[in-house]
Design a protein around this ligand. Sequence first.
Ligand code: CO
Length: 208
Amino acid sequence: MLTIKDILARNHTWSEQVRRDDPDYFSRAAAAQAPEVLWIGCSDSRVGPDSLVSLPMGSIFVHRNIANIFATNDLNCLAVLEYAVDELHIPNIVVCGHYRCGGIHAAMQHSGIQPIDLWLDQVRYVYHRHTLELDHLDEEQRWRRLAELNVESQVHNIARNTIIREAWRRGQEVNIIGVIYDIHDGLLHQTGVQFSSYEEWQATQARG
Ligand code: CO
């Protein structure tokens, strides 16, 4: 079992390695952060963003929760978005879902009154909006498709948020992009939903 001693030892080794490779790294990091990506991802231990896009620390501003939800009534989500857009002026917001997501699976199985059930109700709403499509699929396909639809739904939740609309209105660059991580081969794929302006987002609303 991994103990705190192991964790500290690994940290020590890592810090020395970074200093060896890039002697100024920590003084630069201490001065400021200038990330170009806000990452909304799942808490799942297998989907850590810095590793899977191979960017150094300092590149990605991260918010993670179970099933990569952008909950419009969650202060945590809203504060992260506000800081990322209004203070850090991050141009890319990536919502990253993943296949074989335990949160998505749980949302398909049951409901209840525990905190995790209540949290995942937000994925159940996505399911209910797409029952016609999802009910035709077998369980494995439904699990995959719901993960994709959930990403799209969270991209919409971000796009219609006042923080984003205000940023677009004043001409700030903000691209909101949905991706899905395939845990079987480590590859990211775009889900096809992406907005870079209010007009782009509005056009999808008119069709719906
Ligand atoms: Co997950």
